[in-house]
Design a protein around this ligand. Structure first.
Ligand code: BGC
Length: 447
């Protein structure tokens, strides 16, 4: 997962993402109940390119995210600084609502949209999540902005497909994150006699036991429900492999199949090595627990690397990383993107914001601070810290699958049901009930 790379690596990512999508039967996002048309079309309706006014349209642009604190805010600040440089006439208004993965923000956003009080732009995940807003007629196509940015000349076509419904592009991607990463404390592992990353779930569980025997009470750190959904999705990926994992979203893998049952059992065993978590617990404390040595492991998206950096933790000494055991060679993908809500007060100001989000300068500034890699294919890899360089390389060589917890694989309503099953399992620890709840959720959402 770690070597340096060059600009051509990012360029090659285009082919890799496209290939993996073919290998897994095309669009693995989307779902029956999104009802927003064919999200896998690669034809884009033509539009005249947006032409921003010199210095920007003027007026306020309220931007809604959940990047409210810490390292995530630093990423947003870097993007905002670029926006203010590119469009000095526009005034950025920060509407961020704290809570990782949008755990609080999404409810506030839903009520603002329902009450016809949309922000100037909001953060949404590429893939199935976007189809919810499209189906509810809450966002506008941004084909003109995408045309001005360069479209498929500068963004991977498969990513554009995840932003497109019936030929219209509905958001501008800011970044790509990876969800299946274990962040680990090398000193704790050494103390426990562990010298290399485990190959699969059984080997990882054996290592957890070694860590526990070495005196660390909770080898694995977890947070609230969404972090548990993310952990569970990576266990599914490990036990099913990428093809069967993708099949969970098109009905070709059953949620009550043996592979899912094995994953639920492994997941239960993992929870046996974890701290006690409350639903509201956010992700940064888990990262802190790892570099301070209170836990050996945490599974988190690669926004984690920004939190380590924020705390001056040194890679190799205070933390190390590897793919979730059994998922080497697979990139569990999610991408943040920004929308133009219907009825936004200052649509040209919103488009200026989208232009910055999609610009090479905006993507460089933002992704360097955020731990993610640029969605654009023309940003030089050697401008980035080591972790992102390795992620760029993996993104071009790995099989790409879509994250459940972060809006890429299933729409919000389905994710809500998966989250309820995971939250219930946390207290009840009933494997049969979990499998049955997940199966009912899939049936309810068209599988
Ligand atoms: C977003 C990331 C964010 C993470 C934790 C994900 O859903 O895509 O940008 O860092 O949540 O808040």
């Amino acid at each position: 997962m770690r070597t340096s790379t060059t600009r051509s690596a990012a360029l090659l990512a285009v082919a890799a993402l496209g290939l993996s999508a073919c290998a897994t039967g095309g669009d693995s996002g989307g779902s029956g109940d999104a009802g927003a048309g064919d999200a896998s079309s690669s034809e884009t309706n033509s539009a005249e390119a947006y032409e921003p006014k010199e210095g920007g349209a003027g007026g306020e642009v309220g931007v809604f995210t959940w990047w409210a604190d810490g390292s995530e805010k630093k990423g947003l600040d870097a993007l905002t600084a670029e926006f203010e440089k590119q469009y000095p006439n526009d005034s950025f208004v920060n509407l961020a609502v704290a809570g990782g993965a949008g755990s609080n923000a999404k409810a506030k956003l839903a009520s603002d949209l329902e009450n016809d009080n949309p922000p100037g732009s909001f953060q949404g995940h590429a893939g199935a999540e976007l189809t919810d807003y499209i189906a509810a007629d809450q966002i506008e196509p941004v084909n003109d902005v995408m045309a001005a940015l360069g479209g498929s000349d500068v963004f991977p076509q498969d990513l554009l497909d995840r932003l497109t419904v019936e030929g219209d592009i509905y958001s501008i991607p800011s970044n790509i994150h990876r969800a299946n990463v274990v962040w680990a404390n090398p000193k704790v592992l050494k103390e426990a006699g562990i010298n290399e990353p485990p190959a699969d779930m059984e080997a990882w569980l054996a290592d957890m036991e070694k860590v526990k025997e070495s005196g660390v009470k909770t080898p694995l750190h977890i947070g609230g429900t969404w972090t548990q959904v993310q952990l569970f999705e990576t266990v599914l990926l490990s036990d099913l492999g990428p093809e069967s994992y993708n099949g969970l979203f098109d009905g070709s893998t059953k949620w009550d199949s043996e592979g899912v049952k094995t994953a639920v059992s492994h997941y239960k065993e993992l929870l046996g090595y974890a701290n006690t978590a409350s639903d509201g617990d956010d992700w940064p404390p888990s990262i802190d627990a790892v570099y301070k040595g209170d836990a050996a492991y945490n599974v988190m998206g690669d926004w984690a690397v920004a939190q380590f950096t924020e705390n001056d933790a040194t890679e190799g000494e205070d933390y190390t990383y590897f793919p979730v055991p059994g998922t080497d060679g697979v990139f569990d993908f999610l991408a943040d993107s920004f929308t133009l809500p219907k009825g936004a007060d200052n649509p040209d100001g919103s488009k200026d914001w989208l232009m910055t989000v999609g610009s090479a300068e905006g993507q460089l500034a933002f992704n360097k601070a955020k731990g993610s890699i640029p969605a654009r294919t023309d940003v030089a890899a050697d401008e980035f810290p080591e972790y992102q360089q390795s992620a760029m390389e993996d993104f071009q060589s790995d099989t790409i699958v879509s994250s459940i917890a972060h809006g890429a694989a299933v729409p919000l309503a389905w994710l809500t049901d998966v989250s309820s099953a995971v939250a219930k399992f946390y207290s009840a620890q009933d494997e049969e009930a979990m499998v049955s709840d997940l199966t009912s959720a899939a049936e309810k959402h068209g599988q």
